[in-house]
Write a protein that binds this ligand. Structure first.
Ligand code: BV8
Ligand code: ZN
Length: 248
């Protein structure tokens, strides 16, 4: 008997919940979608544009070199949104999963810090952290949580050089330690959750393949289809804030 969409999701949730209970090493890769229900716009979603610029146009070293003030205005706007945002039940569910499963590793592409605020302890940040700034001159990295940023943009380091957001831009390589940890966790996982990401940005999106090649089963949580769905063992078609809590 053909199952309707709701029944399929119910079955998958039941099955996946059981698989999660039995698995000891689990990894999750999250993207902007897990913060959508906190009111933080995704990159490629309907409201992903800011002043008609796409993230690919602003999140690059070239854009920063050409117009550091514009790039900082975009980050200042995002920092303001994120400051007002609260972690949602999706973030909280992954923090709970970490408490229940010592072998769980959370890998995120997000720079918003909402996983940390939700109580996740060891978050592998592949693309950096919006609340850290780095000096383009002396390389010093420091925490800067000022919202909105006061004074001239770009903000300046004590050494006089311009500060940049300590995030990974397009064309820049990922921080080695974070990438190593993400590879390890994916390569030893029995279960790999891909939550709230369009899986178009590499090398992050390649982690699912690393997990599958190591024998992991793959679960996707996303209201929209993604390129990884075809190879997944479970596809939960819905919002993370609703579905993740039901997996615990
Ligand atoms: C690298 C940090 C090379 C900053 C980001 C040409 C030139 C140069 C590079 C390339 C090129 N072609 C390809 C590349 C590689 C490039 C790349 O992959 N480009 C893509 C666009 C094709 N990658 C890179 O450049 C990376 N570096 O390759 O370096 C190298 C190698 C060695 C040595 C030197 C150099 C660096 C990539 C990192 C870029 N930085 N962000 C910032 O945030 O400001 S990327 C940006 O995209 C964010 O990090 C974001 O996390 C990431 C992925 O996007 P998503 O998170 O998936 O968000 P998106 O909006 O796309 O999707 C949201 C999803 O959520 C959707 O599926 C939606 O359905 C779903 N959703 C919505 N609501 C919900 C939901 N899901 C669940 N619940 C909901 N409620
Ligand atoms: Zn400096």
């Amino acid at each position: 008997m053909a199952l309707g969409p709701i029944a399929v999701v119910e079955n998958s949730i039941l099955e996946l919940r059981r698989a999660l209970e039995q698995a000891s090493s689990i990894a999750a890769l999250t993207g902007a979608g897990i913060s959508a229900e906190s009111g933080v716009p995704t990159f490629r979603g309907p409201n992903g544009l800011w002043r008609n610029y796409s993230p690919e146009q602003l999140a690059t070293p070239e854009a920063f070199a050409r117009n550091p003030r514009l790039v900082w205005e975009w980050y200042d706007w995002r920092r303001g949104l994120i400051r007002k945002a609260q972690p949602n039940p999706g973030h909280l569910a992954l923090a709970e999963l970490e408490r229940r499963k010592p072998g769980f590793t959370l890998v995120t592409q997000n720079v918003d810090g909402l996983h940390d605020r939700a109580g996740s302890r060891n978050v592998v940040k592949l693309h950096g952290d919006l609340w850290l700034v780095q000096c383009t001159g002396c390389g010093a990295v420091e925490r800067n949580e000022e919202v909105p940023l006061q004074g001239e943009l770009p903000p300046r380091c004590r050494c006089g050089e311009a500060l940049r957001p300590a995030v990974v831009w397009f064309g820049e390589s990922l921080p080695e330690p974070a990438w190593e940890r993400a590879l390890q966790a994916s390569g030893r996982s029995e279960l790999f959750l891909v939550v709230g990401t369009s899986s178009v940005v590499y090398p992050a999106a390649g982690l699912a393949e690393v997990a599958r090649r190591a024998g992991a089963r793959l679960a996707i949580v996303n209201p929209e289809p993604t390129p990884l769905d075809a190879g997944a063992d479970w596809v939960l078609r819905g919002p993370a804030g609703e579905l993740l809590p039901r997996l615990l």
